[in-house]
Design a protein around this ligand. Structure first.
Ligand SMILES: [Zn+2]
Length: 224
């Protein structure tokens, strides 16, 4: 999937917000936002995006796909499913050549958030040792969550072959998330952002978007 196509799909479901006044989790302000929550209710678009990630990693002998909970669970399922179908040899109509269905399946797991950490439990920890693992995530801002998942996988003896994301919006590089071999992003966006006390949008009195990001909290903090 080319980058423009991925952005078009995200735009189609209203996941790309532009010309707004957003307060990011970091506390910085800016005009644009990727609202991942708008993607998941649309299974066709979600599967298309995940198939594109799967396609990129399809020759890497991946045994397990993992993601940080909660939203990432959906991506983990779809990406693993698409990888599994490819390796099992289904053609585009879903027909299965029987002799090829002897390849190991691709598993989908996720890591639970516990405090500031991500923990692999639920018996999933038994699937990681020795496996080639692909980590997936929706939006990389600082890469903090996926970095913790990468560390948890390695601590269990899993081999992280790469990280696949819908959108890299923080210019996150492999060395920022534990030196993974590769980050593959369907889309890369660079939103200009400003410190709250030097925000041109605030100065112009542009209303803050309270439905996404930390806008509501920002306004509540201001009021007290
Ligand atoms: Zn502002």
């Amino acid at each position: 999937m080319e980058e423009n196509h991925a952005l078009r799909v995200m735009n189609q479901v209203g996941a790309l917000i532009t010309d707004s006044h957003i307060v990011y989790t970091s506390g910085l302000h800016g005009t644009a936002y990727v609202n991942k929550d708008k993607i998941y209710p649309h299974t066709h678009q979600t599967s298309q995006l995940c198939e594109a990630i799967a396609k990129h990693f399809s020759l890497r002998s991946i045994g397990v796909v993992i993601a940080p909970a909660v939203g990432g669970v959906i991506l983990s399922q779809w990406v693993a499913h698409c990888l599994d179908i490819r390796r099992a040899g289904f053609d585009t109509l879903g027909r299965l050549p029987e002799e090829e269905y002897k390849i190991e399946e691709v598993l989908s797991v996720y890591a639970d958030k516990e405090g500031d950490d991500f923990v692999i439990k639920r018996g999933y920890e038994e699937l990681i040792p020795g496996a080639n693992v692909l980590a997936v995530e929706d939006v990389l801002t600082t890469g903090g969550s996926v970095k913790k998942v990468v560390e948890a996988v390695r601590a269990l003896g899993g081999n992280v072959v790469g990280v696949g994301v819908l959108c890299n919006r923080g210019g996150v590089k492999p060395e920022d998330i534990g030196g993974v071999p590769e980050i593959y992003a369907l889309a890369t966006v660079n939103f200009e952002s400003y410190p709250a006390d030097d925000c041109p949008l605030c100065k112009q009195g542009v209303p803050i978007n309270t439905s996404v990001g930390k806008g509501r909290e920002f306004l509540a903090g201001k009021a007290t």
